[in-house]
Design a protein around this ligand. Structure first.
Ligand code: NDP
Ligand code: 8X3
Length: 251
């Protein structure tokens, strides 16, 4: 019988690559995101590889989160792996001029949204005394960089929540792990810079950034360790990056 994985933010980037790799490695996938058309495209792509269910909801809306997770039936209710990936940066501005709308978005999506989805899934894992939660943090959750203020705060919160979850859920047989990537070329910068493609592209020029597939491979490795092994916390950089603020570019 296949194992069930729920991946948030599966319409793009790391979440999309994760849904693909898990689907190709024995998991049936609950693919989540707001962009329904992309969810349907992914469902079509994976139809000969694994079973999928699409759930379209905004992680900021706790009622929508609960309604979506509660709509799962039969074997889909027994989620083995939860990948808390949905998230983004909104803006890159000094704390004195940052936008409150951007701050709300980052706290509501990256922190509260992750908590809402987790709460909806954890109760079943506790009942079954099994499960694995993978939280996607960031190097921004380990370091603070200029103008990163609130995004960094949201990812420091993910780091703390990851540790808190592991401490609280270990007694129920649930593994909790985090992956903290440096620069990964996805739609992340396009969202951060509000559709400014030139600025977004410039973030990934002059070196080889990580690809979404690099992170997906790490997640697959984490969830396929033997029962007694839990990779609790992992930082991964592109080789050219050595800290949040140090990237060795060729130009
Ligand atoms: P993308 O922008 O490519 O993907 C973000 C995903 O999050 C999309 O699928 C999007 O789906 C989903 N999402 C965003 N807001 C919401 C919301 N309100 N409700 C539901 N889903 C939402 O970025 P990445 O793949 O790079 O980002 C994935 C995670 O990785 C994020 O948590 C990010 O912080 C983290 N990360 C990224 C790094 C990078 O350099 N790219 C480095 C370190 C961490 P939709 O819009 O369809 O709802
Ligand atoms: C995304 C990586 O360095 O832009 O979390 O914060 S960074």
């Amino acid at each position: 019988m296949s194992r069930i994985a729920l991946v948030t933010g599966a319409t793009s980037g790391i979440g999309l690559a994760t849904a693909r790799i898990l689907g190709n490695n024995g998991y049936d996938i609950i693919i989540c995101g707001r962009r329904e058309e992309r969810l349907k495209e992914l469902q079509e792509e994976l139809k000969n590889v694994c079973k999928t269910v699409t759930l379209s909801f905004d992680v900021r809306d706790s009622e929508a989160v609960n309604a979506a997770i509660n709509s799962l039936t039969g074997p889909w209710k027994d989620i083995d792996v939860l990948v808390n990936n949905a998230g983004n940066a909104h803006g890159l501005a000094p704390i004195d001029t940052g936008s409150m709308e951007d701050w709300d978005a980052m706290i509501d999506i990256n922190v509260k949204g992750l908590l809402y989805v987790s709460k909806a899934v954890i109760s079943g894992m506790v009942e079954r005394r099994s499960g694995h939660i993978i939280n996607i943090g960031s190097i921004a959750g380990k370091e603070v960089y200029p103008n990163g203020n609130v995004y960094c705060a949201s990812k420091h919160a993910v780091d703390a929540i990851n540790n808190g979850m592991r401490i609280d859920l270990g007694q129920h047989g649930i593994k909790v792990s985090a992956v903290h990537p440096g620069l990964v070329e996805t739609e992340f910068s396009l969202v951060r810079f509000k559709g400014d493609k030139e600025r977004a592209d410039s973030i990934y020029q002059g070196y080889d950034p990580l690809k979404a597939e690099d992170i997906a491979e790490i997640i697959l490795f984490m969830v396929t360790r033997p029962a007694h092994v839990n990779l609790s916390d992992l930082i991964v950089f592109p080789t050219a990056q050595t800290s949040a603020t140090t990237v060795h570019k060729s130009n």
